[in-house]
Design a protein around this ligand. Structure first.
Ligand SMILES: Nc1nc2c(c(=O)[nH]1)N=C([C@H](O)[C@H](O)COP(=O)(O)OP(=O)(O)OP(=O)(O)O)CN2
Length: 138
């Protein structure tokens, strides 16, 4: 078994409401450089199975179109959602707080079907110190 990993990054804004203590600062609208890593499982050593450039073009294209330089918004965060929509700003709506965990799962579900390969893991980093990983069910 071999794993193949490709990477990208994006700039995006978000906020997370309702955290107590140190996390309460996350209620302020703020931005991060998010890193994204997609890992595929393969049994082939041939370049054609998961060709880096082609796979990156597809996956990065989705990120750039839908999330890069946009806002990741909880659809239930009505005040922020309505403001951004009224301003015609780039938003990607998610069903719940836009945590790194939810962003990783969302990217996995949205992009996994775009590539004819076995996606087993998506890791999203939020800045240099925080990360969350989605893994496919065995
Ligand atoms: N489990 C999670 N916890 C938190 C998340 C998350 O997505 N999943 N997100 C946040 C906020 O986005 C917040 O911006 C992150 O806070 P913090 O770790 O303090 O971020 P810093 O970049 O300032 O961290 P440093 O390590 O000090 O650079 C909160 N919690």
């Amino acid at each position: 078994m071999i794993t193949v990993t490709v990477k990208h990054h994006m700039s995006a804004g978000h906020r997370i409401l309702g955290l107590d203590g140190p996390g309460s600062k996350c209620a302020n609208l703020h931005g991060h450089t998010f890193g994204i890593e997609w890992t595929f499982r393969t049994d082939s050593t041939d370049v054609g199975a998961i060709e880096f450039a082609a796979v990156k073009a597809t996956l990065r294209g989705w990120i750039d179109e839908h999330m890069d330089h946009g806002y990741l918004v909880d659809i239930g965060d009505v005040v922020l959602r309505d403001f951004l929509v009224a301003q015609d700003l780039k938003c990607f709506m998610v069903s719940g707080p836009p945590t790194t965990e939810r962003i990783a799962a969302t990217i996995a579900h949205a992009t996994g079907r775009l590539v004819a390969a076995n996606l087993i893991r998506v890791t999203v980093t939020e800045g240099p110190h925080n990360a969350a990983t989605w893994e496919a069910e065995q």
